[in-house]
Design a protein around this ligand. Sequence first.
Ligand code: 15L
Length: 269
Amino acid sequence: MRNVLLVTGAAGGVGSLLRPRLLRLGWRLRLLDVRPPAEPLGAGEELILASITDVEAMTAACAGVDAVLHLGGQSVEAPVEQVLELNMLGTYSVLEAARRVGVSRVIIASSNHAAGFHQRGAEPVPADAPPRPDTLYGWSKVAAEAVGRLYHDRFGMDVICLRIGFCFETPSTLRALALWLSPDDGARLVEACLTAPSPGYRIVWGISRNTRRWCSLAEGEAIGYHPQDDAEVYADKLIAEHGEPDFTHDPLLSRIGGQWCEIPLGVRM
Ligand code: 15L
């Protein structure tokens, strides 16, 4: 039996996709969310109902775990107060709770929207490309990466931030042909983050080995993440529905954040 992993936001989309896969890899899961997950708990899972913004509750939840996978918070654009509370205060609270009880490894779900205004160029965009948030949500993910850096520099914690592309069962848009993270690769990525020896502070793209990708896999490979899936197997169907994508000239496809670069700020999606 492997060690215990605390998963925040366990009832959300990515949490639900990763749970069975992490269980199969042998992790015991302490699930945390403000609501129970739709899927019943399996063997090796326990549930804590709490908010990530409650640092005392988070400290209790972190006691006895080996690492934290922080998926919780606001997952799309929303009013600024909500983004500040759930993502900025929430990520601080998770890191502070982990530090208090000596949990030395935290994996943070950042997002492609922390770097959404980067444009496709000749070279793949590195995982630690400077922040260029496309929304208030993206800004909160930049802040999450920064507070992760703070906890690494101050306390020596291993903190890995995942700039996740599009993590759903299948890619459903042309943009996702470049940015899809298959659920199986998502689990491979988390496994690599959990088992890499002394990773320190890292930022890694959370994408699959997509033929049309233009974000770098090198940083992930450096910690042992070797994705196996490719959104290309869905390309014919998506192109038949939406037409041939132009990742070089189409303004909605040539920036990482896609249409998120143009949506109104602070408006719930
Ligand atoms: C994200 O960061 C969101 O959490 C997710 O819901 C997707 O919409 C994804 O980005 C995206 O870029 O499409």
